[in-house]
Design a protein around this ligand. Sequence first.
Ligand code: NAD
Length: 436
Amino acid sequence: MKITVIGSGYVGLVTAACFSEVGLDVWCMDMDRAKIDALNAGKCPIYEPSLPELLERNASAGRLHFTTDLEVCLTDADVAFIAVGTPEGEDGSADVSYVCNAARSIGNLMKGDLVVVVKSTVPMGTCGKVEAILREELAARNADCRFDVVSNPEFLKEGHAVNDFMMPDRVIIGVENERARAVMSELYRPFMMTGDRILFMDRASSELTKYTANAMLATRISFMNDIANLCERVGASVDMVRRGIGMDQRIGPKFLYAGCGYGGSCFPKDVKALIATAARHGYDMQVLQAVEHVNAKQKTVLFEKISRHFEGRLKGRTIAVWGLAFKPGTDDMREAPSLVLIAALLEAGCTVRVFDPVAMERGQALLGDTVFFAPNMYAAAEGADALAVVTEWKEFRLPDWKKLRAGMKTPVLFDGRNVYLKETLRDAGFTGYRIG
Ligand SMILES: NC(=O)c1ccc[n+]([C@@H]2O[C@H](COP(=O)([O-])OP(=O)(O)OC[C@H]3O[C@@H](n4cnc5c(N)ncnc54)[C@H](O)[C@@H]3O)[C@@H](O)[C@H]2O)c1
């Protein structure tokens, strides 16, 4: 089977690499020539554990190809995945123009029968739109090709993407007929060796399942951040509350961690897109509006704590920031809480010194020379009035406290991810602030 993946970003590259790993002939396409050139030169354009090795192995074996030429990709292809971005539009709804453009190009260039799989996260009804575009393009050139449009949203987590794809909790597939269902079953069979976890449904339900999953996870985070803020006011510990409720099997322990807000390329835009879709259907998603509102406020909590500690006198202070990526395991900085904190610190007249184990290059592209990019975590804290920990990278978990304290002007630490125990900070000689 030959498959084509359109869009070689976080999702497209992982999809392509994993399908080639199980033996399929995979053509990975992107309109970004620099990205394709880098891939052909053996460079992985994103930080994602295990991905470079997978790309290298399968490209060398001749099963994985990178190109900007969609026509070549579609020649003899059986399946075409659309894995392009669906960024936030002006009114908060998902911008599906990249998906529609990809569909138009497919309709223009496809030569034989094809299953078109929408892997991008798209609002309900988008698969229908893709189908209409394909029909229109084929009719315009009198082409007689059979096609099916399938919804197959992706649930991988950046930082664990390869593992998630290889051993998915579930694969959601929205199909309209048996033919497409059979092709999708065959495609995902290699990933189901330990038991069938494919759930077939109609396309609208499949599209909505993806949004609902992200919205539910975002809700748990905002809910716990709300509880954390209350804990601070009533003298309770959010860590204890989290453990206490997490033992309830109806609740479970995951995604209950308080912090300085969620970011990334998915939760923020997907929550907004779901609110916007509902509004278009005349429905008010009140819970999600609160989730969104709590998160926006939570991203400012670290700055407020820093400002309170220094009694509002921030001008001329040096603040170190550990962690730029929106979470550990990735270099993705889309909607990262670090950006909100850094912008507020700069606005208040602080000098900011930053370090991230993998997101320095992306950070430089976004922040330019507004901050100092330190070569390591200790250098970032050198001469700082305070240190803020924004991303819970493993290497930040057990720092050499003596070395850290010796380098700083004053030992003050704002822990935005509750990495350190209160007692640890106190014993290390730090004035410590946590969330909740
Ligand atoms: N990043 C994640 O963790 C994640 C997880 C699950 C789902 N998703 C969803 O998957 C989709 C892709 O996300 P991503 O993070 O991989 O995006 P990305 O921005 O990393 O990559 C998208 C790629 O598509 C390319 N592209 C856009 N239009 C194109 C076209 N017409 N032809 C060829 N290439 C084109 C872009 O150049 C870019 O390289 C989004 O809908 C996102 O919501 C993302």
